[in-house]
Design a protein around this ligand. Structure first.
Ligand code: KG4
Ligand code: ZN
Length: 592
């Protein structure tokens, strides 16, 4: 999942009307935005933004990187393996007893069938899985929380047998954001085929005999989208009598770093090295995408502490908005285009000056990198620099809204373009006719300034998170970085450096498992099955959930669209209040 920007009812209606008139709507011409990251917030620390609901559903911005190339400018440019628990049910129970407070909602999330709770029930579950292949047993994972209909079959030992995904990028592209009603429809149209494809690829001919459990994302996410996946899981569960494992979307993003990426052929040994190994507990996770921006302490399955999260936009959202303001192609995400433009600035403007400075400062061995970079900047005419957010706030929270304002002001000052305050995200610069190399260079300077501040902000927060965790007496084995933004080369390089400073590995799950996918859900289900944590008994065949005629308001489908992953770390300020606090589910793992 990871929806992000919601729009008000009025805006949605206006957009819908414009769409009917066949005019492409720029989704960014909205006045009220809210980071869905608030969905992941703990009750005490959620976004203060207004809750936005309207009859047609909610609007959230779309994701997925755009691969279109930028026009080049002038002559200057021509140049997890699963660490086998191997524990018995008794041992698992003992462990579970020790972490009672972390227990998932025991009342059942998906249906009224109930959770495997007693020792006998858990033994029954274990034996049932053993009969279906033990470590080779197939677990089916289903993900429909936002705009990807995804499915995978993973064995209990972590071998990925098959994957299938249907993206909705082309559906939402013209709207510039995910339209929940369209997303729901697309999930409904795709879900059967996607699951079917996955089963076929895995050679499953008899689900009842070959599949041991269905894991499904129940939250957080868009409820009308989540519902499609949960209904599918219920039908399979009811029809074939197999258990359901309700999965938290963010938990799945974190835990997928523990799957061994056997099938991923890294291009070189170096790349393999760079992408890290399998994450062992405890670790620190940074989730960065269009909708996620959170730092977590992960001590085990169900043992998560939120160290920091965004107070406004997620970083991917900030990249997308900045790219749009700079007239870059955004498609399903402006991050790659912005990164490319910032790189141009590095190569064309900064690198030659660095070369010059290296010669000039050759004798001054004492110069630090930071000082050196300052000297380089002094050689640039009209340098553009943005303040790194929240430097005075010694927390692990994030904020990217201020950077967006900086970009707007810089565009007005250096490029003379007027940004309409009431339409803060409109595209003010044309993507064609770059109007001369100087302007292009200025845009590149703005892109570079944005990226430098944004990345430094991430570095600050990740360093502090590692310090916090270490000062708790916990030695993290690694830093896991997941989400679409994790593909940014600059970010990777800087975070690898931070890992090195702390003598820990940095694990980047393979790109297709960083964005939403079925493997992460199946795997999170397996991790929960191994501990018999929150696993639900098969949906009864006579239940409403199993009924063929799908109803929108199916009482049997219990979803957790707003579901914090864990408690906030006590050092996190969490001062942002949400009007939706009371509607949030208890944190995953909290006891009654
Ligand atoms: O994880 P993802 O595919 O979907 C969401 O959960 O949102 O992430 C998409 C986000 C977009 O905001 C996109 O602009 C950003 O990731 N992104 C990047 C890069 N590649 C994708 N941001 C910065 N640099 C990149 N190279
Ligand atoms: Zn996600």
């Amino acid at each position: 999942m990871r929806p992000r920007v919601l729009r008000s009812a009025a805006e949605a209606a206006a957009a819908a009307a414009a769409k009917r008139r066949a005019l492409p709507v720029n989704p960014t011409t909205t006045t009220t935005t809210r980071s869905i990251a608030a969905m992941y917030a703990s009750p005490s620390s959620s976004s203060s933004s207004k809750s936005i609901r309207f009859s047609g559903g909610e609007f959230v911005r779309s994701r997925k990187a755009n691969s279109k190339r930028l026009p080049r400018y002038a002559a200057a440019l021509t140049a997890a393996r699963f660490s086998a628990r191997g524990t018995t049910i008794e041992e698992d129970e003992e462990k579970e007893e020790q972490m009672k407070h972390l227990r998932i909602d025991q009342k059942g999330i998906v249906s009224d069938a109930g959770v495997y709770t007693t020792k006998e029930e858990k033994m029954f579950l274990k034996n049932a899985i053993q009969l279906k292949g033990g470590k080779n047993a197939f677990i089916l994972g289903i993900e429909t929380s936002c705009d990807d209909t995804a499915c995978a079959i993973v064995t209990k030992s972590g071998h990925v047998v098959s994957e299938a995904i249907k993206s909705q990028v082309s559906i939402h592209e013209n709207w510039g954001g995910v339209v929940p009603t369209l997303a729901k429809e697309a999930h409904q149209n795709a879900i059967d085929d996607v699951v079917e494809e996955c089963l076929r690829k895995a050679g499953v001919t008899d689900i009842g005999k070959q599949v041991s459990a269905v894991a499904v994302t129940v939250g957080p996410g868009l409820s009308m989208c989540l519902r499609v996946g949960v209904r599918k899981a219920q039908k399979i569960s009811g029809e074939y009598g197999i258990p359901i494992v309700p999965v938290h979307h963010m938990e799945a993003h974190c835990l997928v770093a523990r799957v061994k990426e056997e099938e991923w052929n890294a291009n070189s040994e170096e790349e393999e090295e760079e992408n890290g190994g399998v994450a062992k507990f405890p670790f620190v996770a940074l989730l960065v995408s269009g909708g996620h921006n959170v730092l977590l302490k992960v001590e085990g399955v169900g043992r998560y502490t939120i160290l920091g999260q965004t107070l406004d936009d997620a970083i991917g959202e900030a990249y997308d908005k900045t790219a749009r303001l700079l007239g870059l192609p955004v498609g399903g995400g402006g991050g790659p285009a912005l990164e490319k433009l910032a790189k141009e600035y590095e190569e064309i403007v900064l690198e030659p000056r660095r070369e010059q400075c290296r010669k000039e400062t050759e004798q001054e061995a004492h110069i630090t990198d930071e000082v050196f970079e300052k000297i380089v900047r002094k050689k640039v005419k009209n340098p553009i620099r943005f303040t790194v957010p929240l430097r005075k706030r010694k927390t692990c929270d994030f904020s990217f809204a201020g950077l967006k304002t900086n970009v707007r002001l810089a565009i007005e000052k250096h490029l003379g373009a007027v940004v309409d305050e009431s339409k803060p995200e409109q595209k003010v610069l044309p993507s064609e006719n770059w109007d001369g190399i100087e302007n292009r260079e200025t845009r590149a300077a703005i892109a570079h300034a944005f990226q430098t501040a944004a990345v430094t902000h991430l570095e600050d927060r990740v360093s502090r998170a590692l310090e916090w965790v270490e000062s708790d007496g916990v030695s993290p084995t690694c830093l896991v970085v997941a989400g679409g933004v994790a593909s940014n080369q600059k970010i990777r390089k800087k975070l690898l450096q931070i890992g090195a400073n702390h003598s820990i590995d940095v694990v980047f799950p393979k790109p297709s498992w960083c964005t939403d996918n079925g493997v992460m859900v199946a795997w999170a289900g397996i991790e929960r099955l191994n501990l018999a944590l929150g696993v639900e008994k098969p949906v009864p065949r006579n239940s409403e959930a199993f009924a063929k005629d799908e109803k929108d308001r199916d009482v049997q489908v219990r979803l957790k669209p707003r579901w914090p992953l864990g408690e906030m770390d006590e050092r996190a300020i969490g001062e942002v209040k949400s009007s939706k606090v009371s509607k949030m589910a208890r944190p995953l793992g909290s006891s009654d």
